[in-house]
Write a protein that binds this ligand. Structure first.
Ligand SMILES: C[S@@+](CC[C@H](N)C(=O)[O-])C[C@H]1O[C@@H](n2cnc3c(N)ncnc32)[C@H](O)[C@@H]1O
Length: 280
């Protein structure tokens, strides 16, 4: 039984970094005029109301997108992120709707690109399927995303981005993600894999990365934002993306983005990191 619903967390500080980096990966890959596929293993509902009972109950978005929404002079990556959210809100000044990862990608999908979305939760799957019904570029699958990933690679385009964004409700999720990525990478070694991760228990998170670091896979970049020091008291103290095969310059863009976000979102003893954990 799945209890996680992304509606409680949409637009929080982890989403700000995740979606900003996702948009940049797409933009950098789009510099080549060749088709690509986007695979979302844990797609969520596709879009969220920040005025509904879920978002209002936690108010997490206020400490995330709410902190930068009206700022001037944003770095370019955050400006694109905010512009896309405004577009999703039909240009209205009020922050009402928040796009999920599939919607952010949809706003940037070229005619030659495809999307494959997986979601297991019945209600969120239904909302997602309705949002993209009739769109021939987009396939929405109700099922386990890590299994779906194996079916999706290698893609016919031989170019693609895989976002792996589980809720990590089950402790084994961390290790399962690492194993799935290693298996997928054997079939599709040139794909860009973006693994979103929380830091709730640092040892658990790092166990996943130890497997990946020792896998023989090259080019692994960590992009992390901690709003507090590691601690078992506060729930999620940090979140980040572990990117395999990041496009050229993503590291610099991540650094510029985090340098801007850190003073705004850090609760005092957090940190930011952009580290090549495995090089070429
Ligand atoms: C963090 S949310 C996804 C958020 C989304 N990627 C975004 O950025 O907007 C994780 C989602 O994974 C779904 N989920 C949980 N286990 C799953 C599984 N085994 N396969 C596919 N989806 C799953 C949950 O229902 C939840 O909607």
């Amino acid at each position: 039984m799945l209890s996680y619903r992304h509606g409680y967390h949409a637009g929080n500080y982890a989403d700000v970094l995740k979606h900003t980096m996702l948009l940049q990966v797409l933009q950098l890959l789009h510099k080549k005029n060749k088709p690509l596929v986007y695979v979302d293993t844990h797609a969520g509902a596709g879009g969220y109301s920040l005025n509904d009972e879920f978002a209002q109950k936690t108010g997490e978005y206020i400490e995330g997108v709410g902190k930068i929404w009206t700022n001037n002079n944003l770095p370019p990556a955050l400006q694109q992120y905010v512009d896309d959210i405004k577009h999703f809100n039909d240009g209205k000044a009020e922050l009402d709707l928040y796009p999920g990862s599939p919607a952010f990608v949809d706003m940037n999908l070229r005619e030659k690109d495809r999307m494959v979305l997986h979601e297991l939760h019945s209600s969120d799957h239904l909302t997602l399927a309705e949002q993209f019904a009739g769109d021939r570029q987009i396939k929405v699958i109700k099922g386990d995303g890590l299994k779906g990933l194996m079916a999706a690679v290698p893609p016919i385009e031989r170019r693609g981005v895989v976002l792996i964004d589980p809720s990590y409700e089950i402790k084994t999720d961390y290790i399962d993600v690492a194993k799935a990525v290693m298996k997928a990478h054997k079939r599709f070694a040139t794909g860009v894999y973006m693994i979103w991760y929380p830091v709730v228990d640092r040892a658990q998170t790092e166990a996943m990365f130890e497997l990946l670091k020792n896998s023989g896979i090259k080019k692994q970049l960590r992009i992390e934002q901690a709003i507090r020091a590691d601690s078992n008291e506060f729930g999620m103290t940090a979140a980040g993306l572990w990117v395999i095969n990041p496009p050229w310059q993503l590291d610099d863009i991540a650094t510029q983005t985090l340098n801007y976000l850190d003073p705004i979102l850090n609760k005092g003893d957090g940190h930011i990191r952009v580290d090549w954990e495995v090089g070429e």
